[in-house]
Design a protein around this ligand. Structure first.
Ligand SMILES: NC(=O)c1ccc[n+]([C@@H]2O[C@H](COP(=O)([O-])OP(=O)(O)OC[C@H]3O[C@@H](n4cnc5c(N)ncnc54)[C@H](O)[C@@H]3O)[C@@H](O)[C@H]2O)c1
Length: 522
């Protein structure tokens, strides 16, 4: 099978009325059939149920998904079927596995409006973000399909006369994928597709807040031709994830989520119970405290809208979102004034309204957490801006807020808030800003606005972040263009959507043969 070179799926141009109408029609169709059904889906067995599974963060009385909730008791059976699925799927040539992933991508592409509508309802993603989520999901399927074909060819080794050396990669076994809710399509698709493309069987434990999107993901893969035994869905709480992590039949754990959960998974996976015949491998993508540095020569016409989008789009609920601005003291006052003006233009409102920047946050707990941090920051620092207009009583809204002049030990400067709360600090120079970035335990994304190429090189050298963005927003990594993932306590340094990601899902095998034959056996 020959696939054309990978390209990213273009996002919809929402300024075009035809696209907007198509999306609204899809939302209307979705609303008419809500709630969607989410099964516990193990091999050919589908267990349905009527338990409310997710609600609309903008109208919490609207149930988006009902279904059967998996429990830790489902884990052994899911692993047993996945082990069976692995035996067959691992023998399928990479080109055929790729064909299934590409077919799943096409299935999703045909339903892109419906998939985006589901992300709007279940995760309160504004349309542009929801559409980008669908595009990224399709990109992952297409990208890893191609990557798996290339990987199957193996690596060329140093040739010497009389010796045949070959390096090949083989799938590891059962992959447990544990995903978050904030990219309810793209992130589970990415991790599941990587596992499947390389010939592993996958058990997906999606975020409890977005099981409807996860069910669509598994439906797409099965419709594309992935055998039911090779991909299972266990929609449940964290305890199901914990049971998967500890199960001796799991070989690889692909996790994206918060730092504390990631660290717990890494610790639990390090246990090798008596009789264990393999080491579990963990791919963990975790949280951040993402800083943007502005030098004195920063172009504020670029920086202000770039920072506004980085901090407040999707209510700051991206792992890559900006949460801390370190601005040269020479421009700090001007920047704060312009940022305050820009915050006053933010559209706060329901995700389904075109043009909304700041939708409600995902759930009541998240709203309480963000408000707690905002109140503590307002008490300890100076309020630069707050945007109350559009904040509704129904829905888990949080007013976008900017605070400056905080004491160095304020928790909001070190801890991930994951909401529309931004802090601003004036610094003596770029090196002082780099020192503060370097003092953090996180290293996911970082931004820099500066015009001097020497400053750009200097900050790039000093940056610990997995992804440094210069003179642009710090969110929106594209598959194949910005391989994405953090360092330090932000992750295991694996780069989703990059050329080496698939290597985490395989084991290398080297064959060496002495080709100088002594006599011939016939
Ligand atoms: N680095 C990245 O690429 C990236 C991308 C998206 C989100 N994130 C991070 O994810 C977080 C937001 O997502 P979230 O609220 O869904 O995170 P979370 O850690 O609360 O949950 C993530 C997943 O882990 C499961 N889980 C919970 N406890 C578990 C346990 N003890 N063992 C195994 N699994 C368990 C959850 O059920 C869910 O499926 C933020 O911290 C954000 O920065 C990181």
């Amino acid at each position: 099978m020959t696939l054309s070179p990978f390209i990213n799926v273009p996002v919809l141009e929402l300024r075009r009325a035809t696209h907007r109408h198509a999306l609204l029609a899809a939302l209307e169709r979705l609303d008419a059939r809500l709630p969607v059904r989410v099964p516990v889906w193990i091999g050919g067995e589908r267990r349905d149920g009527d338990v409310p599974m997710s609600t609309d963060p903008g109208s919490p009385e609207r149930v988006v998904a009902v279904g059967a909730r998996a429990t830790p008791a489902d884990v052994p059976h899911a692993i047993e079927i996945a082990e069976r699925g692995f035996v067959a799927w691992s023998r399928v040539p990479a080109a055929e596995r790729a064909r299934a992933l590409v077919a799943a991508a096409a299935w999703l592409h045909e339903r892109r409006h419906e998939a985006a509508a589901l992300a709007v309802r279940e995760a309160a993603k504004p349309w542009a973000e929801a559409d980008a989520d669908v595009c990224e999901a399709i990109d992952f399927l297409e990208y890893y399909a191609r990557g798996a074909i290339a990987l199957e060819r193996g690596e060329a080794l140093l040739p010497v006369p009389g010796e045949r050396n070959e390096l090949h990669y083989r799938p590891r076994g059962v992959v447990a994928v544990i995903s978050p809710w904030n990219f309810p399509l793209a992130i589970p698709v990415g991790m599941v597709a990587a596992g499947l493309a390389t010939g592993n069987a996958v058990v997906l434990k999606p975020a409890e807040q977005a099981p409807g999107c996860a069910a669509l993901v598994v439906e797409a893969l099965r419709a594309g031709g992935v055998p039911p035994d090779a991909v299972a869905l266990l929609p449940g709480e964290g305890d199901v994830g914990a049971a998967l992590v500890r199960h001796p039949g799991v070989h690889t754990i692909a996790f994206t989520g918060s730092g504390p959960v990631g660290l717990e998974i890494i610790r639990a996976a390090a246990e090798t119970p008596p009789g264990a015949r393999h080491l579990k491998r963990v791919v963990a993508e975790m949280g951040g405290k993402n800083c943007v540095i502005l030098d004195a020569d920063a172009d504020l016409d670029d920086a202000v809208p770039g920072i506004l989008a980085s901090a407040f789009a999707y209510a700051g609920q991206k792992c890559s979102a900006a949460s801390r601005i370190l601005v040269h003291e020479a421009i700090a006052d001007t920047f704060a004034e312009r940022l305050a003006g820009a915050v006053a233009t933010l559209q706060v409102g329901q995700a389904e309204r075109f043009g909304v920047d700041v939708p409600p946050v995902i759930e009541a707990d998240a709203q309480a957490r963000v408000r707690r941090y905002a109140e503590a920051a307002r008490a300890a620092g100076t309020l630069v801006a707050v945007r109350e207009e559009g904040v509704e009583d129904t829905g888990w809204f949080c007013a976008p807020t900017v605070i400056s002049a905080l004491p160095a030990d304020a928790p909001v400067l070190r801890e991930e808030v994951f909401g529309p709360l931004l802090t601003v600090e004036a610094v003596r120079d770029v090196d002082a800003a780099c020192d503060r970035v370097d003092a953090l335990p996180f290293a996911l994304t970082q931004g820099l606005y500066a015009r001097n190429p020497r400053t750009v090189e200097h900050v790039a050298r000093r940056s610990p972040a997995g992804n440094l963005y210069v003179n642009r927003s710090i969110t929106g990594a594209m598959v194949g263009r910005q391989p994405f993932g953090g360092n330090r306590l932000s992750g295991t340094g694996t780069k989703a959507g990059g050329p080496e990601y698939l290597l985490h899902f395989v084991e290398p095998h080297v064959l060496t043969e002495n080709t100088v034959r002594h006599g011939l056996v016939v």
